[in-house]
Ligand binder design. Structure first.
Ligand code: TRP
Ligand code: ZN
Length: 471
């Protein structure tokens, strides 16, 4: 679901002729990742009907996209890497296709007209990860088999390693999952479990996500899960999926989730989605991921007790900032990571008081202020290198952008800025300029120089209010 603006504008200007059907672009226009996503259409809904074989980790089935043409299309691309494709159907008729790396090109025998709804179904099988080059982020490989089951983590570009997709947060869509696994495995995915069907020795889990999801936040998890059900504010359904062996400790470790949801709802605005919860993979993981409505953690976090609170708050906060307010471009990743990091600091302030926040922010400033430490690890957050997108700068200095803004405009304006930004861009996409515009509007201050130095200057700015400066 994206705004249909550019091509329609061009048509009105007579620069593109409506009657000329042309191939959709092979990229959606992300300055950092030109081939990510695709142009020419807008996906509304995905149906992932997939069966998993435990012995081989083979995934097979059909993925169907319901989409709308944005301009007259003679062909269009999906992002998809690996697997054998047995058939592609366009509106139920077999369609020609070709493949080149991550790009799957589908031919429209009859051009698709501007505004026309169509469905495309890709039937495939194979072992996820086969054919994925090693230089891809080891943690973002999409469908990941481990000894006890499967998790899916795809940020920023791993979704295309397990299903055909318009792989960019500009094209969010709703999902239906029909995942078939051997009994007695359990499947946890985004949204709500709406049905289970027992077959002979397999079981099909149907999950539906009413709220649009960016592809990197789509997750399917397979394991021997035990489910804990709870309620959040206003009856929000919470379902936590723990491996049986970590259930007891997991319930304790995540017990403050409802309180955190209430706190962030107060600070930012109402929780954006139909449900929340966590899924814990039955293995240690060096990361966590804010998969929509069902954040993913390793067993180390579940077993970590109180020390896990920071990362638990961080992934929850992403549901507002990152998941509901999505990026328009990956370059602006600090809008996700800086916000989630600062949100976890706000939770600390809430639980432990203002001195705790002061200490925490001072500790975060140290590596930024020490050139030897900062070098390569804490880069200016506004334009991180595409191949080092998640460097410490987007987290730590990204969080500091917000704290420095708070010190500059005062608490009242600052929290008003956060709430207004969320209210304006929820369920949509935002860029750094959108946030700056809200900050200037609410504070009544001109903040161009402030953001310029915090986001882009090589050295970290001073913080006179706290007596901090780089060495
Ligand atoms: N967004 C994750 C976080 O909250 C970090 C992350 C980036 C990640 N890329 C990933 C996690 C790939 C898993 C896989 O900090
Ligand atoms: Zn994060």
């Amino acid at each position: 679901m994206r705004k249909i603006t550019f091509v329609l504008m061009m048509m009105m200007m007579g620069l593109v002729h409506a009657e000329e059907a042309v191939p959709g672009a092979a990229g959606i226009g992300d300055s950092y990742f030109p081939s990510l996503g695709n142009g020419g259409y807008d996906v509304q809904h995905y149906t992932l009907d997939l069966a998993w074989d435990e012995a081989t980790n083979m995934l097979s089935g059909t993925v169907t996209l319901n989409a709308t043409a944005i301009h007259d299309l003679s062909a269009f691309n999906l992002d998809f890497l690996g697997f054998d494709i047995s058939a592609v159907h366009l509106d139920d008729a077999p369609a020609g296709f070709s493949r080149d790396g991550r790009e799957l090109t589908i031919q429209a025998a009859q051009p698709l007209k501007t505004g026309q709804d169509f469905s495309v179904a890709v039937s495939y099988s194979g072992v996820p990860g086969d054919g994925v080059p090693h230089y891809y982020d080891v943690f973002a490989r999409g469908w990941t088999r481990h000894e006890q089951g499967v998790y899916v983590a795809s940020e920023p570009n791993g979704a295309a390693f397990w299903y055909p997709v318009n792989d960019h947060p500009l094209d969010k869509a709703t999902y239906r999952f029909e995942i078939t696994v051997p009994q007695p495995y359990i499947v946890a995915a985004n949204g709500l479990l709406t049905e289970t069907r027992e077959n002979d020795d397999t079981i099909t889990y149907v999950w539906e996500s009413r709220d649009p999801i960016a592809s990197y936040l789509v997750t399917v998890n397979i394991g021997d899960f035990v489910v804990e059900k709870a309620k959040g504010p206003d009856g929000l359904p919470i379902r936590n999926y723990f491996p049986a062996r970590v259930f007891q400790q997991g319930v304790l470790t995540f017990s403050r989730t409802p309180e955190m949801i209430a706190f962030f709802s107060e600070m930012f605005g109402p929780y954006p989605f139909e449900a929340y919860g966590v899924v814990v993979a039955d293995r240690s993981l060096p990361f966590a991921l804010e998969t929509q409505t069902l954040s993913l953690f390793g067993s180390n976090t579940a077993l970590g007790g109180a020390s896990s609170e920071n990362v638990i708050a961080h992934e929850l906060a992403h549901q507002w900032f990152g998941n509901s307010v999505s990026l328009a471009e990956w370059k602006d990743i600090w809008l996700n990571e800086g916000f989630a990091t600062y949100a976890a600091a706000l939770w600390l302030e809430h639980t432990d008081g203002p001195e705790a926040l002061d200490r925490y922010m001072r500790d975060l400033y140290q590596p930024l202020a020490t050139p030897a430490l900062a070098l390569g690890h804490f880069l200016p957050p506004g334009d991180p290198p595409p191949d080092n997108l998640f460097n410490g700068g987007v987290y730590v200095r990204g969080a500091w952008v917000l704290h420095a803004l708070r010190l500059r405009v005062g608490d009242e304006a600052f929290f008003d800025i956060l709430r207004t930004y969320y209210e304006r861009f929820q369920h949509a996409n935002a860029a750094t300029a959108d946030f700056i515009a809200v900050a200037e509007e609410i504070s009544g201050q001109s903040l161009a120089a402030f953001f310029e130095s915090w986001l882009y200057d090589e050295s970290v700015p001073e913080v006179p209010e706290m007596g901090l400066k780089p060495r």
